[in-house]
Design a protein around this ligand. Structure first.
Ligand code: SF4
Length: 424
């Protein structure tokens, strides 16, 4: 058995799992399962622990390595699990030496039952100052490739544990990003997604402080063969002038933005320590729609943030219409130990869950309206796997005939099944 990756959480984790797969293979590791965890919610951490126990039951001979944000923020939790052989921090997991060291350690201690402290290789993530870009040729089994352009975050939203898992913001040099994108296009990728933790803060730590918009312009200029460039989640209030120009005028930049909005009430946004107000979000969406009429917006919204009243929640519901959101990611508030929001007066759990249900319902209705409006259109679709793909708006499509994964085809939208468009 070679090295297996089990990845939780965000696109950044998916990209990093690919980097770890290469390091582990280069180190000659065998019989190892790497669980790359997420710490965004308590539920994500619980699922990781559950998965580790299941994996060990199913494969008693496997050696289990735990990495990712939950490993970085609570290493002792995983080190205490008898199923676990090694806990690697978010910086350590990307270093080749961590995997050669692991091979040596496993060879030296063949029998299980290392002491907890011996298992942990996790250092202070806040001490990490640079993001070296680990060049990859692709993401196994995927038609679109993710490129990490930035890591960490300098903000301290009161509900968020990510900065404690990923450290402060640091950017990959522009030239390295352009080279990575070119390498992926040469490997046959037709769509690349720029990913990170807070990509709109891209470049602030680099000489000359290039912005995300500048980076997008450089990629589109120096990799003219790339048909589709997509952005992962952005903080709308931090969108720079060059980025707005690209959204308005670059057809190869996909007309789909996923916004980190989090709430629709200004007092809640203040208590979250967000950098925008409700009116800023509405204005941003209206302006982008004026510049690029077919643009669609997705958004992250938290339901049941501490102190949220029914009136405040109603403003999050309204925001779906006011911004014209079509793809909602709804997060029932999850108090993360060590964050300021965990110490605020909590909304009762049943109310949090109920509000999340109502917000999802609102989002589903908006998404169905989007599907209805797409019927009869001709859309450019990236084929992801046999019979499935996504439009430029990131809308999922069921394709009525066999097509090569990775290909781009312009097809007629003949209908939808409430979740996906039907195209032939
Ligand atoms: S911007 Fe806020 S929510 Fe996003 S990663 Fe940073 S601290 Fe977390």
């Amino acid at each position: 058995m070679t090295v297996e990756l089990v990845t939780f959480g965000c696109r950044l984790n998916t990209y990093e799992s690919e980097v770890m797969r290469r390091h582990a293979a280069a180190a000659g590791l065998e019989g190892v399962v790497v669980v790359n965890t997420c710490a965004v919610t308590a539920e994500a951490v619980r699922q990781a622990r559950q998965t580790i126990r299941r994996l060990k039951r199913e494969r008693p001979q496997a050696r289990i390595v735990v990495t990712g944000c939950a490993a970085q923020t609570e290493p002792a939790t995983f080190a205490a699990m008898p199923e676990v052989d090694r806990v690697l921090g978010n910086a350590e997991k990307l270093e080749g030496s961590s995997w050669t060291d692991l091979r040596a350690a496993l060879a030296a201690a063949p029998s299980f039952g290392l002491e907890a402290e011996e298992k942990v290789v996790v250092n202070d993530i806040m001490a990490v100052k640079e993001t070296a870009l680990h060049l990859i040729d692709g993401i196994e089994g995927r038609a679109r490739a993710f490129v990490q352009v930035q890591n960490g975050c300098n903000h301290r939203c009161t509900f968020c544990i990510i900065p404690y898992g990923r450290g402060n913001s640091r950017s990959a040099p522009m030239g390295a990003v352009v080279a990575q994108v070119r390498r992926l296009v040469e490997a046959g990728y037709r769509e690349v997604v720029l990913t990170g933790v807070d990509i709109t803060s891209y470049g602030a730590d680099l000489p000359g402080a290039p912005t995300l918009g500048k980076l997008v312009k450089q990629i589109l200029k120096h990799v003219p063969e790339l048909p589709r460039l997509r952005l992962s989640s952005i903080d709308s209030v931090e969108a720079d002038r060059d980025l707005v120009d690209c959204i308005a005028g670059e057809s190869r930049l996909m007309p789909h933005l996923h916004l980190s909005l989090q709430a629709g009430d200004d007092l809640i946004l203040k208590r979250m320590k967000r950098r925008h107000l409700r009116a800023d979000a509405i204005r941003f969406c209206a302006e982008m729609r004026r510049l690029r009429p077919d643009i669609v917006f997705g958004a992250d919204i938290i339901a049941g943030f501490p102190t949220e009243t029914e009136e405040m929640f109603a403003r999050s519901l309204d925001l779906v219409d006011e911004c014209g959101l079509t793809q909602l990611h709804v997060f029932p508030f999850s108090p993360r130990p060590g964050t300021p929001a965990a110490r605020m007066p909590q909304v009762p759990r049943p109310v949090v869950k109920e509000r999340a249900r109502r917000l999802r319902e609102k989002g589903d209705a908006a998404f169905r309206r989007h599907l209805d409006a797409e019927v009869g259109q001709r859309r450019s679709i990236l084929v992801e796997s046999d019979g499935a793909g996504r439009t430029e708006h990131f809308t999922p499509v069921k394709i009525g005939r066999p097509m090569e994964p990775g290909a781009i085809a312009t097809l007629a939208v003949t209908g939808h099944d409430g979740e996906r468009l039907l195209a032939a």
